[in-house]
Design a protein around this ligand. Structure first.
Ligand SMILES: Nc1ncnc2c1ncn2[C@@H]1O[C@H](COP(=O)(O)OP(=O)(O)O)[C@@H](O)[C@H]1O
Ligand SMILES: [Mg+2]
Length: 345
């Protein structure tokens, strides 16, 4: 695998504010990498430094193995798409998409062909003569995408590009962007704070927290094997049982709960993570712990059951649609210990 973009101790400070702590990151050629994290975690800062729009205060950036830290943005072969579409309102769709090519003094015939191809890829070929004000939000974002990749940058950076769209359109555009990624054979670095979006779209997710990388891996790695409470909480729903581990069990409220095999040697304070879909409701008196159903919510595809397990804590279980339990019922809860994760930070 070829490394397309690499940061070596790349960091940014604004006086006392650390926007990005020194960061090492490698993005493979052709990869779809998502920077995921809460607002203020440094995602945009990292992306803008790769784009060349923000200068780092330390470290280096390499593109194709070449030090690009001091190369101006326009010479990096990097395209950028923002949430605000930033189309030129006084230019037609066709002229908007042609703009980067005109700036690069591409021949007129070539521009015509490239614009047509780019608009066809985003399924907007019939709208070349329209103005941005005559388009819906989703259509404008398609045009912004076409304008970004019309000059075939080998790295495409997208900063919350779907943030302004409603849920249905956003989900549709997620699939469209994935399709474009396949067709363009470019490296995509995508910023979002939406964990579902990150799980759906990414080859790998780089989870950011507090101006640094918290964990990096495939969507499955992050969901199934989070390395911290932060990662467990940020992706998906998590039930966390906090207690002390000794002698290979979690001593939780006087019970001895099993911990996964790979953590058998651990001793000390920890949290056991149980995902809602790993857990199951069983008869009271059986299972690992017990509780009282507080809500059973029908979501169409399944039931989401919230159970009070004492001390003000709730436990969330996802079960099949046919579950016959009502608020007030006492239940036992069991889970597959192999699917649980012991978190020690
Ligand atoms: N131009 C700036 N001046 C001062 N602080 C900034 C500037 N840009 C970003 N920051 C700070 O850096 C941190 C990271 O910001 P940002 O990269 O925009 O986060 P994200 O995109 O994850 O929301 C935040 O605390 C933000 O306030
Ligand atoms: Mg941002």
């Amino acid at each position: 695998m070829k490394i397309k973009v690499e940061t070596r101790g790349l960091g940014k400070r604004y006086k006392e504010v650390v926007a990005l702590a020194p960061t090492d990151l490698q993005v493979q050629h052709g990869e779809f990498l998502t920077l995921l994290g809460p607002s203020g975690s440094g995602k945009t800062t990292l992306l803008q430094m790769i784009a060349g729009l923000v200068m780092p205060t330390q470290g280096r950036l390499l593109i194709d193995g070449v030090d690009a830290t001091d190369i101006p943005a326009s010479a990096r072969g990097v395209g950028l798409v923002f949430q605000s579409y930033a189309l030129f309102p006084h230019m037609s769709v066709g002229d908007n998409v042609a703009y980067p090519l005109r700036m690069r003094r591409v021949a007129r015939d070539q521009i015509k062909r490239s614009v047509h191809d780019a608009l066809t890829m985003v399924r907007m070929q019939d709208f070349a003569g329209r103005y941005p004000s005559e388009l819906s939000g989703g259509q404008q974002q398609r045009v912004a995408l076409a304008r970004c990749f019309v000059y075939r940058p080998s790295v495409i950076l997208l900063d919350e590009p779907l943030g302004a769209l409603d849920k249905k359109l956003r989900e549709h555009m997620q699939l469209e962007i994935r399709r474009l990624h396949r067709e363009l054979n470019a490296t995509f670095i995508y910023v979002t704070h939406d964990q579902e979006e990150a799980l759906t779209m990414s080859d790998r997710i780089c989870l950011m927290n507090d101006a640094r990388i918290e964990q990096i891996g495939t969507p499955r790695d992050l969901y199934d094997r989070p390395e911290s409470r932060f990662a467990a909480d940020f992706l998906g729903h998590s039930n966390l049982l906090d207690a002390e581990v000794y002698a290979g069990v979690l001593n939780w409220r006087g019970l001895s709960l099993p911990i996964p095999q790979e953590s058998a040697e651990f001793v000390g304070p920890a949290s056991l993570l149980v995902r809602p879909e790993s857990a199951e409701l069983v008869a009271p008196g059986t299972g690992f712990i017990r509780g009282v159903v507080s809500q059973a919510i029908f979501t169409g595809s399944d039931m989401r059951v919230i159970i009070d397990i004492g001390d003000g804590q709730q436990f969330f279980v996802r079960t099949n649609r046919e579950l016959a339990r009502a608020p007030g019922d006492t239940v036992g809860i069991t889970w597959n210990a192999r699917e649980s994760v012991l978190l020690t930070r």
